[in-house]
Write a protein that binds this ligand. Structure first.
Ligand code: ATP
Ligand code: MG
Ligand code: MG
Length: 554
C-alpha cells in the first residue's frame, strides 16, 4: 500500500487513542436510509468507514436508518447489501434503527417523566411559525407546560394509533431561544399510520432522524459516527439526546463530519435519481448511465476501480465537485491491466482483398493482453472480405492520416500489410466496398523480412463471414453541464444530455459469442466494453464502459 499522510478523520482517531480511547473501543458504521440505491457519493462513505475498520481492525456495522416508512422499501435494503458486498466489504452486524423502536420509545417515556419532552398539539405550520429566526428567539408552544400525566396519556394514544396523523407530535423540551435553531424544541416523534417494511403495523409513531441516529450509535457502541457536513449543526442535539439517555460513565459515541462528495455531469441524490427512474428518463436504478453503484457495475466498472477512486479523492472538510474523468481514469487503469484485447468494428465498411484466394480462410494468432503475458494467445479468422471502421479510410488523405487511403499501405492488426487500390460506390456516391491488395509475405509474427516492414498505422478488423453481430450501447454523460443541480432556481432536467445513449450494431470477432454477462474486454483502438446483463447467445448486448482516451469536448 502507498504511504500517505493521515487524513483529518484518522487524525481525530489517533488523537482519541492518545487520550482516553482504547483500540478495542473503536467501532464504526455505515448508515444508509433504504429509500433508494447507493450512489458514488455513498461509496466514499463506505470506503471511509470500512477502510477505518480495516485499518484499526475494528467492527463496522451496516445500519439501516429505516425510520421513514413512507419512502423505505425492502427492495432498497437488498440492493444496498448487494452493493456494499460487491465493493468488497464485510459488515460486523446488520442493524436496523427499527430494531430499536421499543428502546427509543421507553427512553422517550422517561424523558416525558423527567420533564424533557412534551406532546404538542399544534399544526406543523404553527410549530414552524414559532421557531423564530437565527437572530430572533422563538415562542413557546401553548402546550409546552402540559402535565406529565397528560403527556403520557397522549403519547400512548399516538402510539396506539388512536390519534390522527398530524394531530400531535412529541417534542424535546430544550430552549426556544437557543442560538442553534435545531435546539428549539425539536420534534422527536410524529404519527404516521403507515406500514413499515420491517415492523409492519406495530408502530403508528416514528422517530425523527435526530432522535433515532445518535441513540442507535449508542446502542451499538459505535465510537465514531461520521456523517456529512450538513449535520454539523445537529451535533449539539446529538449530544443533548445522548446525555438524556446515558450516564456520564457510559461510553458515548461522537459525531464528526466530512464533506459530501459530488461528481461532475451527474447528480448524487437518491431523491433526484429516483425521479429519473420514475419518469422513465433512465430505464432503471442500474441503468449504466446512472451514478449508482449498481449502474456503474452494470456499465463495467470494477469494485477495485471505485475503491481506488474513493481513495484517490480522499476525505475533505469542504464540499467540491470531482470531475468524472477521474473516475474514468480509475477504470481505464484497472481494465488496462486485466481486460483481454479483442477486435470489434462499430461502424463497418467492407474491405475486399482482391488478391486473396476466394473461399479460403486462415486462423491467425493474436495476443490477448500485452500488459499480461499470462493472458495467453488466441486465434482469429482471416478471409478475403473483412470489415474495418469507416473512419479508418479516406480516398485521399494528407500525410498525417495514418490509416488507409488509396495507394497507401497500412497493417491489419495480427495480419498482413494491405494497400488501398480502389473503391466501389452506390448511386448516392457512398462507398460500399474498399478494394485492396495484400502482401502475402507480410504476416505478423512470421519472421519474414516483409513482416518486419514498418508501415504507418495499424487497423483493427473482423472477418465478415465469421463476425458476430451484436448490439452495442454507447453511453455518454447523462448531463451536459458540470453541476446540473447547483442552481436551485433551475430544473436539473433541463440539462439532460439527449445523446447519453446511442445504440448501434457492431461486428465482433467470433470468439466473443461465448462471452458471458459481466465479462469485460478492450475493443482495440476503441475502448472498454462489457457484456450487459440482458445479453443472450442469440442476441448479444455490449455496453461501452469507457473510451480509451478522454474525448469529452474535443
Ligand atoms: P441522499 O441525499 O442521496 O439520500 P443521504 O445522505 O440522505 O443522501 P443516506 O442513506 O442517509 O443518504 O447516506 C448514508 C451515509 O452516506 C451517510 O453517512 C451520508 O452522510 C453518506 N453520504 C451520502 N451521500 C454522500 C456523498 N455524496 N458523499 C459522501 N458521503 C455521502
Ligand atoms: Mg440521510
Ligand atoms: Mg436522504
Amino acid at each position: 500500500e502507498e504511504k500517505r499522510s493521515l487524513n483529518f478523520i484518522e487524525q481525530i482517531i489517533e488523537e482519541d487513542l492518545k487520550n482516553d480511547y482504547k483500540r478495542e473501543d473503536l467501532q464504526f458504521r455505515f448508515p444508509p436510509e433504504p429509500n433508494g440505491y447507493l450512489h458514488i457519493g455513498h461509496a466514499s462513505s463506505i470506503c471511509l468507514n470500512f477502510g477505518l475498520g480495516e485499518k484499526y481492525n475494528a467492527p463496522v456495522n451496516l445500519r439501516f436508518d429505516d425510520t421513514n416508512p413512507i419512502k423505505e422499501e425492502q427492495e432498497y435494503v437488498d440492493a444496498i447489501k448487494r452493493d456494499v458486498e460487491w465493493l468488497g466489504f464485510e459488515w460486523a452486524k446488520e442493524c436496523y434503527a427499527s430494531d430499536y423502536f421499543q428502546q427509543l420509545y421507553d427512553w422517550a417515556v422517561a424523558m416525558i417523566k423527567s420533564g424533557d419532552a412534551y406532546v404538542d398539539s399544534q399544526t406543523s405550520e404553527a410549530i414552524a411559525e414559532q421557531k423564530g429566526t437565527p437572530t430572533q428567539a422563538g415562542k413557546n408552544s401553548p402546550y409546552r407546560d402540559r402535565s406529565v400525566e397528560e403527556n403520557l396519556e397522549l403519547f400512548q394514544k399516538m402510539k396506539d394509533g388512536e390519534t390522527r396523523e398530524g394531530e400531535h407530535v412529541l417534542r424535546a423540551k430544550i430552549d426556544m431561544a437557543a442560538k442553534n435553531m435545531l435546539m428549539r424544541d425539536p420534534v422527536m416523534y410524529r404519527t404516521l399510520h403507515r406500514k413499515h417494511h420491517r415492523t409492519g403495523n406495530n408502530w403508528m409513531i416514528y422517530p425523527m432522524y435526530d432522535w433515532a441516529h445518535g441513540q442507535s450509535d449508542f446502542i451499538e457502541a459505535v465510537s465514531h459516527s461520521f456523517c456529512t457536513l450538513e449535520f454539523l449543526p445537529h451535533r449539539e442535539l446529538y449530544n443533548w439526546f445522548l446525555e438524556k439517555v446515558s450516564s456520564s460513565e457510559d461510553f458515548r459515541p461522537k459525531q464528526r463530519e466530512f464533506a459530501r462528495r459530488n461528481l461532475s455531469h451527474t447528480i448524487v441524490s437518491k431523491r433526484k435519481l429516483l425521479h429519473l427512474v420514475e419518469k422513465g428518463i433512465v430505464k432503471s436504478w442500474d441503468d449504466p448511465r446512472m451514478p449508482t453503484i449498481s449502474g456503474l457495475r452494470r456499465r463495467g466498472y470494477t469494485p477495485a476501480s471505485i475503491r481506488k477512486f474513493a481513495e484517490t479523492i480522499g476525505i475533505a472538510k469542504r464540499e467540491n465537485i470531482i470531475d468524472v474523468s477521474l473516475l474514468e481514469f480509475c477504470i481505464r487503469e484497472d481494465l488496462n491491466k486485466t481486460a483481454p484485447r479483442v477486435m470489434a468494428v462499430l461502424d463497418p465498411v467492407k474491405l475486399v482483398i482482391t488478391n486473396y484466394p476466394e473461399g479460403e480462410e486462415e486462423w491467425l494468432e493474436a495476443e490477448n493482453n500485452p500488459e499480461d503475458e499470462s493472458a495467453g494467445r488466441r486465434q482469429v479468422p482471416f478471409s478475403r472480405e473483412l470489415f474495418i471502421e469507416q473512419e479508418d479510410f479516406k480516398e485521399e488523405a494528407n500525410r498525417k492520416f495514418f490509416r488507409l487511403s488509396l495507394g497507401k499501405e497500412v497493417r491489419l492488426k495480427n495480419a498482413y500489410i494491405i494497400k488501398g487500390e480502389n473503391v466501389v460506390k452506390n448511386d448516392a456516391g457512398e462507398i460500399t466496398e474498399i478494394h485492396c491488395t495484400y502482401d502475402p509475405k507480410s504476416r505478423s509474427g512470421s519472421g519474414t523480412e516483409e513482416s518486419m516492414r514498418k508501415v504507418k498505422g495499424t487497423l483493427h478488423w473482423v472477418s465478415a463471414k465469421h463476425a458476430v453481430k451484436a448490439e452495442v450501447r454507447l453511453y455518454d454523460r447523462l448531463f451536459t453541464v458540470e453541476s446540473p443541480d447547483a442552481d436551485k432556481d433551475k430544473d436539473f432536467l433541463d440539462f439532460l444530455n439527449p445523446e447519453s445513449l446511442k445504440t448501434i450494431t457492431a461486428y465482433l470477432e467470433p470468439g466473443l459469442k461465448d462471452a458471458e454477462p459481466g465479462d469485460r474486454f478492450q475493443f482495440q483502438r476503441l475502448g472498454y466494453f462489457n457484456v450487459d446483463k440482458e445479453s443472450t447467445k442469440e442476441a448479444p448486448v455490449f455496453n461501452r464502459t469507457v473510451t480509451l482516451r478522454d474525448s469529452w469536448g474535443s
